[in-house]
Design a protein around this ligand. Structure first.
Ligand code: AMP
Length: 423
């Protein structure tokens, strides 16, 4: 994949109507108030928005938010599948579910952050959006409603794409969190409008793309999280690129079992044991160091207040489960990080949601904060851990896209990037 894409700096935006795809898929409180609980994604979009407004563009921002069900029929079908009672699946319940995923709170927050009015459209490509887009002046910004209110968004429907593209003269994508999806607003419109990236995508491409294509060595990849099965693509691709791969989290037990270790009641994907053995063999053949836990913190139940103790890896008694890497493993992993040129981290080392089993994840985050290496945090849980611990500003880069950064590291083509103009 070519990462060398044109950016807003390579085109003339003055006097243009710019359709700007942002990632405003922000977390909101579930108490019905729809209050934004974390505005990081809105803040991250500000540099591109400000640049466009200051350089004479009229900005038509758009984004998806959550997973609204765009038609009443589907709402009923999905509700029934989830075991909900038919009498509760009314049209007004459907409309309420849509209203809860309106981008209006985002427009309000964006307006506060920008210090200027953000005009909110009542629809995505309907009459209101069209009228407001037509009247929009350079230096003004409007926000379309949730793109997933439209059936055509996730289907990349040609008619919907046409209606979206008709609102603007230029398409700018800055929604890195959504570039792994081939939807109308993330890539379809790029067929009809000149398409370039904003600063956020450019930074992600430069840093993650750079680390994968020409890393400062040694390149150390730390992979954790629950399952081997969700990280197969990443392990496979990184075995071609990295000098060291460190495995932690729940998936380490499948590797341990594959080596003949006793894993007790730990998370185990027995269908993936053979694959794990193949990966270990591949690493050896390629001269890639594959580091696995040497000890583990075990618990007598999956709970924050479980009894716990430390045992050697592969020696977990029945009735116990591994919930974190042990202190010797922490030492081993942290010293690999200290000597690294580049570190890529994706996935926690244990059940970090329980403070008693967060030590491994915290120690890795701390080691990353101290190393001189280029440090790249691949979104999701690892990003949250680094932020919670206050190490965010000591990392080279924290990706804004969990799924997108994972697919990037898998070496997969990202449709929302491929569709942009090459430099
Ligand atoms: P993933 O979504 O695959 O990146 O996995 C993240 C989740 O893995 C977190 O919610 C962790 O609690 C969980 N996890 C990490 N280590 C373990 C473990 N040893 N046993 C069970 N779950 C784990």
């Amino acid at each position: 994949m070519n990462y060398n894409k044109k950016t807003v700096l390579d085109v003339d935006v003055k006097g243009k109507k710019v359709l700007l795809r942002c990632d405003f898929n922000v977390p909101m409180s579930k108490d019905g108030s729809c209050a934004i609980t974390d505005d990081k994604r809105i803040v991250a979009a500000l540099p591109t928005i400000r640049y466009l407004l200051e350089n004479g563009a009229a900005v038509i921002a758009c984004s998806h938010l959550g997973k609204p069900v765009p038609s009443f029929d589907k709402f009923v079908k999905k509700g029934l599948e989830k075991g909900k009672a038919l009498e509760k699946l009314t049209e007004s319940a459907w409309k309420k579910s849509l209203a809860e995923l309106s981008l209006k709170p985002v427009a309000e927050r964006l307006s506060q952050l920008l210090g200027q009015d953000v005009i909110m459209a009542a629809d995505v490509v309907g009459e209101d959006a069209q009228t407001k887009a037509a009247a929009l002046q350079p230096g003004q910004i409007m926000l379309l409603e949730n793109t997933r209110y439209e059936n055509g968004e996730t289907k990349n429907d040609p008619d919907f794409v046409k209606s979206m593209a008709a609102l603007a003269d230029l398409y700018v994508s800055d929604a890195f969190g959504a570039v792994h999806r081939a939807h109308a607003s993330t890539c379809g419109v790029a067929d009809l409008l000149p398409a370039v990236s904003g600063f956020l995508i450019q930074k992600e491409l430069e840093i993650i793309g750079g680390a994968l294509a020409a890393p400062k060595r040694p390149l150390v990849a730390i992979l954790g999280g629950s399952k081997v099965s969700s990280k197969i693509g990443v392990i496979n691709n990184l075995l071609e690129l990295a000098d060291t791969i460190i495995i932690g989290g729940g998936m380490a037990y499948t590797f341990s079992a594959a080596q003949g270790g006793k894993v007790g009641d730990s998370l185990l994907e027995s269908d993936w044991m053979e694959y794990s053995r193949e990966m270990m063999a591949k690493a050896e053949a390629k001269g890639v160091k594959l580091l696995l836990p040497v000890d583990t913190v075990i618990a007598d139940k999956f709970a924050p207040d479980a009894n716990s103790r430390i045992v050697a890896a592969g020696e977990i008694p029945d009735g116990w489960q591994g919930l974190d890497i042990g202190p010797k493993t922490v030492e081993l992993y942290c010293s690999a990080v200290a000597d690294a040129g580049t570190v890529i981290w994706n996935g926690p080392m244990g059940v970090f949601e329980f403070p008693a089993f967060a030590k491994g994840t915290e120690a890795v985050a701390e080691a990353l904060s101290k190393t001189d290496a280029i440090t790249i945090i691949g979104g999701g849980d690892s990003a949250a851990a680094v932020q919670q611990l206050g190490y965010a500003d000591r990392m080279t880069h924290i990706s804004t896209g969990g799924g997108a950064s994972l697919e990037f590291m898998e070496g997969k083509e990202l449709p929302g990037v491929s569709c942009l103009l090459d430099k």
